[in-house]
Design a protein. Structure first.
Length: 77
């Protein structure tokens, strides 16, 4: 279900940019805005990503990272 979308409250420059991008995409500005909003709504926020990362806990590597980097660098020679 879609809801009518008005773009009147956007600042003028943002509205012009939205209209240009919509034209390039070959859709009406309101449809383009719906797509942008739908995509943004499905991506996690920085706070949500941070919480997920913290919930995973610390990572314990089998060797120090500098040893791994040197080993991989030497392997490529």
């Amino acid at each position: 279900m879609t809801v009518p979308l008005e773009l009147d409250d956007l600042p003028a420059e943002a509205r012009r940019m939205m209209e240009r991008r919509a034209a390039v995409a070959g859709v009406e500005p309101a449809e383009y805005a719906r797509r942008v909003l739908a995509e943004a709504a499905t991506k996690p926020t920085v706070a949500e990503l941070s919480a997920r990362i913290k919930a995973r806990g610390p990572v314990h590597l089998p060797e120090p990272s500098e040893v791994t980097v040197r080993r991989l660098r030497d392997w490529g020679e």
